[in-house]
Ligand binder design. Structure first.
Ligand code: DCP
Ligand code: MG
Ligand code: MG
Length: 362
């Protein structure tokens, strides 16, 4: 039975989170900017919503240029720690839909691969149902949309997810791979950069179809053995790389809204306990320990603050997590008079458990 792989990529991720947090932004052009130390005049666009994209705004463009293209757009500064909390929630939803905890690979803050060969029994009809279920779970739990690609390997799944955006789902069955790839320009192949595109163009190769029918020896002569063979395979839709967690260095986090905006300590601490329990369940399932604890608060005015602590050794102990999280949360309560809207807790600096008890062996 051939493999079935899903790739999920969130739509206009940073801007979508900002829209979700502030409904008055809907129907407006939203541009999220990474400002440099020169303030508003420096800095580049991280991302923008699709309304802003219609005005020609693109990621990595200078913010100044973006402003001239669409003066009435709303410009917001990036809030990376907050987006990372949301990402951690989403990654847990995705991971829970993979065949096993390990059949999951996060590749950036807003995208991941998961293998579902076993869950769908190799059947693309069932695979589509899983894809739709993932979209629905992300929408219900995080109130943002994503695009899904399904195919027989990572290359095809990745390219399929960007085929229909936003809020799309694209299924490429093994028998459809050729038809899907061949008409594309070579630069659309995942992994081909500007330099490779230009070299291929000099060889008279512009479409994937031309690359697929090119003699592999000719490609090896120009690009070397590894790259030459990879190009030939990729153009033919062949990719055997496994879906595999890279390291345990990523994070496990949960975030949720209070029932209503509040500074009530009981309400905040009881939600915090629930979040800690969720995080600990994942920590145990993944057999990891953590060395740092981060707490995030989003206030009723949408401002976000985080606090982190690094422990002097890695632990997987609920009491230590709850104690640190409560202390940091208390500091937020003491420092600020604004109501809390959402809170989050996250552990990172993850290490695989070594078998021995990690807590008291010092
Ligand atoms: N990002 C960034 N700078 C870039 C590109 C991306 O800071 N040059 C950040 C902001 C994006 C996030 O990474 O929201 C995810 O990148 P994507 O390429 O997936 O882009 P989006 O999710 O924003 O849009 P799309 O709907 O096209 O996926
Ligand atoms: Mg995206
Ligand atoms: Mg992405």
């Amino acid at each position: 039975m051939g493999r079935v792989i899903i790739h999920v990529d969130m739509d206009y991720f940073y801007a979508a989170i900002e829209e979700r947090e502030d409904p008055s932004l809907r129907d407006k052009a939203v541009v999220v900017c990474m400002y440099s130390n020169r303030g508003e005049s420096g800095g580049a666009v991280s991302t923008s919503n699709y309304i802003a994209r219609e005005a020609g705004i693109r990621s990595a463009m200078p913010c100044k240029l973006a402003r001239s293209k669409k003066p009435d757009a709303v410009f917001l500064p990036v809030r990376k720690p907050f987006y990372e909390e949301v990402s951690a929630n989403i990654m847990e939803i995705l991971r829970s839909n993979a065949d096993t905890e390990e059949a999951f690979e996060k590749i950036s803050i807003d995208e991941a691969f998961l293998e579902i060969t076993v869950s769908c029994k190799g059947d693309y009809g069932l695979a589509e149902e899983i894809g739709l279920r993932i979209k629905q779970e992300v929408k219900e739990q995080e109130r943002i949309t994503c695009s899904v690609g399904i195919g027989p390997n990572k290359l095809i799944a990745k390219m399929a997810s960007s085929y229909q955006k936003p809020d799309g789902i694209t299924i490429v069955r093994p028998e459809d791979v050729d038809g899907f790839l061949k008409p594309m320009p070579v630069k659309e192949l995942w992994g081909i950069g500007k330099v490779t595109e230009e070299k291929l163009s000099e060889m008279g190769i512009n479409k994937v179809e031309e690359l697929a029918s090119c003699d592999v020896m000719e490609l090896i002569a120009v690009f070397g053995k590894n790259k030459g063979m990879w190009l030939k395979d990729a153009a033919s839709g062949i990719d055997e790389s496994p879906v595999k967690e890279r390291t345990a260095t990523d994070q496990i986090g949960r975030m949720a809204s209070l029932e209503h905006d509040s500074r009530n300590e009981n309400m905040i601490f009881s939600l915090l306990e629930e979040l800690v329990d969720d995080v600990m369940e994942k920590v145990r399932k993944r057999k990891v320990s953590f060395r740092s604890v981060t707490v995030t608060v989003i206030f009723s005015n949408f401002k976000t603050s985080t606090k982190s602590r690094t422990l002097n050794h890695a632990v997987n102990d609920r009491d230590i997590l709850i104690q640190n999280a409560r202390e940091m949360m208390k500091q937020f309560l003491e420092k600020s008079e604004i109501n809390f809207r959402r809170i989050g807790v996250r552990v990172d600096n993850l290490q695989e458990n070594t078998g021995q008890k990690s807590l008291f062996d010092f």
